[in-house]
Write a protein that binds this ligand. Structure first.
Ligand code: SAH
Length: 255
């Protein structure tokens, strides 16, 4: 555990972040232990060594914090959170920094959400709710639609698809914050149409590298400028068949 904690502290120092309270490290240690225990009986994460969990899951999640996406009183939804990344480390860290934050962890897979529900109780966190749902269905429901200051996500879909899953949750003036690899430029170029259709502004990139041994990464921040048109999100079958980066079906191109 000590190696993991040391690597974590070094990695977050590279994000210009620092843990203030010893209880926070205890919370992350409990999270790592519970993740390893649960991962032995169900498939939650491919990265399951202690140092890997501390660096590639916990510290990497905090890149969203370092990018400035989390403000006091932010309501945050993590879309396709899996075992809680990046949302849960963000909440643990916000608590550490004395920053009030409300979190909704959403995933389509019930057993992952059940793991998180139990874990949130063990960690003694307040203002966290867990939802088993597909984002493209939840994003049409009044209780979720345009209710969040921040929709964050990591490793769920290509940006054009992810934008359609995330933007419906974001309030006007709020932000989508996605963790991506350094090669996100191509995805973003292909997603220009999606971002415009979903009422997003110009993407801003926050570049970071956790450790010398870790890859160069990005947080992509896109602000929502006005309400997302009611036709989005579409069903997943439609999103997949006709992602917003393609020319609309039936469009007649002028010679
Ligand atoms: N964000 C986590 C997990 C990534 S794996 C991490 O970075 O470690 C992708 C996760 O997204 C899976 O848990 C899967 O169940 C979930 N997912 C994929 N499509 C989804 C959708 N349309 N709605 C909700 N969850 C989805």
């Amino acid at each position: 555990m000590t190696d993991g904690i040391r690597a974590f502290e070094k990695a977050i120092a590279n994000l210009s972040l620092k843990v203030h309270r010893p209880e926070t490290i205890e919370r992350f240690a409990l999270y790592a232990t519970e993740l390893q225990k649960a991962n032995a009986v169900m498939n939650l994460t491919a990265v399951d060594d202690t140092v890997g969990i501390f660096v590639r899951h916990f510290a990497d999640s905090l890149s969203v914090f370092a990018a400035g996406a989390i403000q006091p009183e932010s309501s945050v939804i993590d879309v396709g959170c899996g075992a809680g990344f990046p949302g849960l480390p963000l909440k643990i860290f916000a608590d550490d920094q004395g920053i009030p934050m409300r979190l909704t962890l959403m995933d389509a897979t019930g057993k992952k959400v059940a793991f998180l529900e139990r874990l949130v109780g063990q960690l003694g966190l307040s203002d966290v709710s867990c939802a088993t749902a597909r984002a493209e269905e939840a994003g049409r429901k009044p209780e979720f639609r345009e209710k969040f200051d921040v929709a964050t996500s990591r490793a769920v879909a290509r940006f054009s698809v992810l934008a359609e899953l995330c933007f419906p949750f974001v309030k006007k003036g709020g932000v989508m914050a996605a963790i991506k690899s350094a090669s996100v430029g191509e995805e973003l170029a292909a997603a220009e149409k999606a971002i415009a259709a979903l009422s997003g502004g110009k993407p801003e990139l926050f570049a970071y590298q956790l450790l010398e041994t870790e890859p160069d990464s990005r947080v992509v921040l896109v602000r929502k400028e006005k309400a997302t048109p009611g036709e989005y999100p579409r069903t997943f079958a439609k999103i997949r068949k006709n992602p917003l980066e393609n020319a609309p079906k039936g469009q007649v191109l002028q010679p």
